[in-house]
Design a protein. Sequence first.
Length: 434
Amino acid sequence: MNYSSLNYNSSAVSFLEAVRKGLAPDRGLYYPESIPKLPKDFIKNIGKYSNHEIALTVIKPFVGSDIPEARLKEIIEDTLNFDFPLIPINNSIASLELFQGPTLAFKDVGARFMARCLAYANEIEEQKKLTILVATSGDTGGAVADGFYKVKGIDVVILYPKGKVSEVQEKQLTTLGENITALEVDGTFDDCQDMVKTAFIDPELTNEVALTSANSINIARWLSQMFYYFIAYKNRPKSNNKLVVSVPSGNFGNLCAGLVAHKMGLPITHFIASTNVNDTVPSYLETGNYNPKKSVSTISNAMDVGDPSNFIRIQKLFNNDFHKLKKVVSGYSFTDNETKKALKEIYNNSHYIADPHGAVSYLGLKAYLEDQNNEDFYGIFFETAHPIKFAPTVESTLKIKLDPPPQLKNIMEKTKLSLPINDYQSLRNFLLER
Ligand SMILES: *Cc1c(COP(=O)(O)O)cnc(C)c1O
């Protein structure tokens, strides 16, 4: 399988080359040259396959011959080494928990898969040392740090906004050491993101240091998120009902992966793009006008994105046909107050503790199902983070104390290691002088 740039000004590359590059030289996102159809029998018999078998079948055509099948199988077994339980909330709605991985957010799958693909690329061919440069508002940094920890030939440099990530998130970013460096930026997430973007287009820097990114623009992170949708479909309890999936969205990598699964033939009837007040996509779906905005801070901060990078891939999937897109995707956005009310509603009615992202996802699903007024639907909302990652909001809203999961047992006592930086020049010097 080859990947071409959506700016149409760079040559097509193979899977591993696209993973190493991240973004095409013309700054466009890579996009597969075709989307394969899965055999009907595979979908029909999906209940008989393990998560590992499903993931291998689904991703194999996208990897092509770049990674031998036996090795790809190992990569998948190693990536998906935790569960994705489906927890019923009531008769027609369930939560699919995607946060049981090492850093307690759904980004673990993409980061682990990408890290293992890159480790393989480094093994087969002596490569220039690769530096992964990422800006994080919280969850990406931890997942990338954990996924790439001690991977040979790769250094990770993470920029995070000082005082603007949760305590758990900061510990996850700053306590690993080895090939992981955390840079604490005196500024906002947008400042971190701007510095990263400047670094990628700084020719003197990129001549010296091989830089790539590890956010969902990278095809290995993006496409491996398809697994969730197949797992949701396999585990749906009412197989006669039409399946609707709600995805709490920020950069829209996750939802876009679901739409690839749909195009491959996965019978999910409808997708809900659920957002907080950063509602660029829901308002596009309403009006047909795409107006990116500056992001606003909310209690579901991993979705505070005003101009989602993957939107262009979603448009491409539907050949830029707004009406076709609207038939498959609906959008809803919610305020922080509505999100807190939903946290309480889910807890009081079903004794389930959601996190703010899951609560937004639940609200989107509920809004859609109410609009349909149809009993034939079964709805699954994605729960993308463990509530402990947002403990201050969840505990004060529900008036409870959360139990820390095993993943956090050791980390809170570890010592934070970070380097303070405050402008692009200091980032540049740091990257050049190591
Ligand atoms: C990153 C993240 C999201 C948003 O996912 P996108 O693929 O960027 O749309 C939602 N919830 C949580 C907890 C996240 O960390």
